[in-house]
Design a protein around this ligand. Structure first.
Ligand code: UD1
Length: 431
C-alpha cells in the first residue's frame, strides 16, 4: 500500500500546469474502438484509469503505446484496426467504471458485445439502467446474466431517444453507439458536460457527423466508417478546481496554466465569497489566498453547468477551516460522503441532518492517519492535510492515482511538504 505523508502548514506559491481531462480521455479511448484507423491522443497523463482502459482496448485486439509528443505528457497511440474480441471480462472491467462505455462502441463496431458490469469508485449504487434502456430503444437486444451484459445490435435502428436523466455515461454510450448507424439519431435530455462536447469533437475529427453536444439535443447522423486522426483533449476542470480550492485554503499566489476558465465558473463564484482573489483569463487562472477564508455559504451539487459533484469532497476541506458555517448538499450520488468520517478524525466539525451537511469551520484542524474512501474524497483529505497542524498520512492513494497524475510532485513544486511512502497499516484486533 502507498500513502501520502504530509506535513501541514506550508503556503503554496507558483505555477501548475493542469493535465488533460480524465473524464474526456476515458470516453475518447472507448470511442477509439469505433475507428478503423490509427489515432494519436496528445498530452495524455498516465492516470491509472487510463492505463486500465488501455488494457481493455488491448484485450479487444487494439495496440496502444505511449509515444513522444510535443506536450508535457507523452501522446497515446491507439490502433483499433484489428479489433477482434467483443467481450470485456470482469477482471478488466472491475478496475474502471468507464469500461461500461465500451458497450456502445463495441456494439457500434461489431454489433455484438459481452461486457462485465463496471467497477470504479464506491460513491453510490451507480445503476446503468438509462444506458441499457436507451440502447434497447435503439434496437439492441440486451440481457444480463452472471454479472455480464450480453448485447446484440443486429436489428439496430436510428431514431429519437429521450434520456430519463442527463447521465454523462449514458449520453456518451448512446453517442458512440449511434455514430456508425444508418440514419439520424437524436438524443433528448443529454448530459451537457464539457467532456461530452470533447467526445463529439474527437469523433467528428475522425469523420463522424455529430452536432449539438453541450445543448439540449444531440444529433448524430450515421457515417459508414471513421478514420485516423490526432486529437488533443480538453484540460481537467476537476484537477483545476482542486488546485483552486487549495489556493483558497493555503495559497499565496497560484497560477493555473492550461485551464478553460469557463468550465469552472460555478466553483469560481463560490470561491469569490471567501477572502481569496481570482483573476480568470481564457486559459489561465491566478488565485491569491488572503488569510483565513470566510465561509462560501452553501453548495448544492448539480449536473453541468451546476456545481460539480466531483468537487464536493474538496469543498468540505475548505469549509472545515473557513470562518463561519457552510452547507453542502450532494444531489447526485447517495453515498458520496465517506470522506466526512475521515475529516472528523482530523478535528473537522461536520454534522449531517436531513440530507444537508453542516460544517462549522475551525481555525485549526490537526493531522491524523486517514483512509482514502474514493478518488475525490482522497483529494479532499490531501487538501485538509496541507493545512492541518502536524502530519497526516493519507492511505490507499491508488484511488487518488485514478484521476490525479503526479499529484504530490505538483504540490511539492508549489511548496507543499508531501511525499509518497510505502506504508503497511497495523491491524489491531478490535474484537
Ligand atoms: C460521470 C463522471 C463522474 C461524475 C459523474 C457526474 C466519467 C468517467 N465520470 O460519471 O466523474 O461524478 O459523471 O458528473 O465521466 N444514473 C442512473 N442510471 C444510469 C446512469 C446514471 O440512475 O443508467 C444516476 C447515477 O446513479 C447518478 C446520476 O445518474 O446518481 C449521475 O450519473 P452519471 O451522470 O451517469 O455519472 P457517470 O457517467 O457514472
Amino acid at each position: 500500500m502507498e500513502s501520502f505523508y504530509i506535513v501541514g502548514g506550508n503556503k503554496l506559491e507558483g505555477e501548475v500546469e493542469i493535465d488533460s481531462a480524465k473524464n474526456s480521455l476515458l470516453p475518447i479511448l472507448a470511442g477509439s474502438i469505433l475507428i478503423d484507423g490509427e489515432i494519436v491522443i496528445e498530452n495524455v497523463p498516465k492516470y491509472s484509469d487510463v492505463l486500465a482502459m488501455c488494457k481493455i482496448l488491448e484485450h479487444l485486439g487494439a495496440k496502444t503505446k505511449f509515444i513522444k509528443g510535443k506536450f508535457k505528457n507523452e501522446d497515446l497511440y491507439v490502433d483499433c484496426r484489428d479489433i477482434s474480441n467483443c467481450d470485456v471480462p470482469n477482471e478488466l472491467s472491475c478496475k474502471v467504471r468507464s469500461s461500461i462505455f465500451t458497450l456502445g462502441s463495441i456494439l457500434g463496431r461489431k454489433e455484438i458485445a459481452k461486457v462485465a458490469f463496471p467497477g470504479g469508485c464506491d460513491i453510490g449504487l451507480r445503476p446503468i439502467d438509462i444506458h441499457i434502456s436507451a440502447l434497447k430503444h435503439l434496437g439492441c437486444k440486451i440481457v444480463d446474466k452472471n454479472g455480464y451484459i450480453y448485447a446484440n445490435a443486429s436489428k439496430k435502428r436510428s431514431q429519437d431517444v429521450m434520456l430519463s436523466f442527463p447521465s454523462v455515461g449514458a449520453t456518451e454510450n448512446v453517442m458512440m453507439f449511434a455514430v456508425l448507424n444508418d440514419g439520424e439519431t437524436r438524443i433528448f435530455n443529454p448530459a451537457r458536460e464539457p467532456e461530452i462536447v470533447d467526445l463529439q469533437n474527437f469523433l467528428n475529427c475522425a469523420g463522424a457527423d455529430i452536432k449539438g453536444a453541450g445543448s439540449n439535443v444531440i444529433v448524430i447522423n450515421g457515417v459508414k466508417k471513421l478514420h485516423s486522426c490526432t486529437y488533443r483533449p480538453i484540460s481537467d476542470r476537476i484537477e483545476a478546481g482542486t488546485f483552486l480550492i487549495a489556493g483558497a485554503m493555503c495559497g499565496r499566489e497560484l497560477v493555473l496554466k492550461n485551464v478553460i476558465s469557463k468550465h469552472n465558473q460555478e466553483l469560481i463564484s463560490k470561491l469569490l465569497k471567501t477572502t481569496c482573489k481570482i483573476e480568470a483569463y481564457d486559459d489561465n487562472i491566478i488565485i491569491k489566498g488572503n488569510g483565513r477564508p470566510q465561509s462560501f455559504g452553501e453548495v448544492e451539487t448539480a449536473v453541468y453547468p451546476g456545481f460539480p459533484t466531483d468537487l464536493q469532497a474538496q469543498m468540505f476541506a475548505l469549509a472545515s477551516i473557513s470562518e463561519g458555517y457552510s452547507l453542502i448538499i450532494e444531489t447526485l450520488f447517495e453515498s458520496r460522503y465517506k470522506h466526512i468520517g475521515e475529516l472528523i478524525k482530523m478535528g473537522c466539525d461536520i454534522k449531517f441532518k436531513n440530507g444537508v451537511c453542516i460544517i462549522n469551520g475551525k481555525e485549526k484542524i490537526h493531522g491524523a492517519e486517514v483512509d482514502t474512501p474514493d478518488l475525490r474524497g482522497g483529494a479532499s483529505l490531501v487538501l485538509a492535510g496541507l493545512v492541518a497542524e502536524g502530519y497526516t498520512t493519507v492511505n490507499n492513494i491508488q484511488l487518488i492515482d485514478r484521476g490525479y497524475y503526479k499529484f504530490e510532485d505538483k504540490l511539492s513544486l508549489l511548496g507543499a511538504d508531501i511525499k509518497r511512502i510505502k506504508y503497511e497499516k497495523k491491524v489491531d484486533n478490535c474484537n
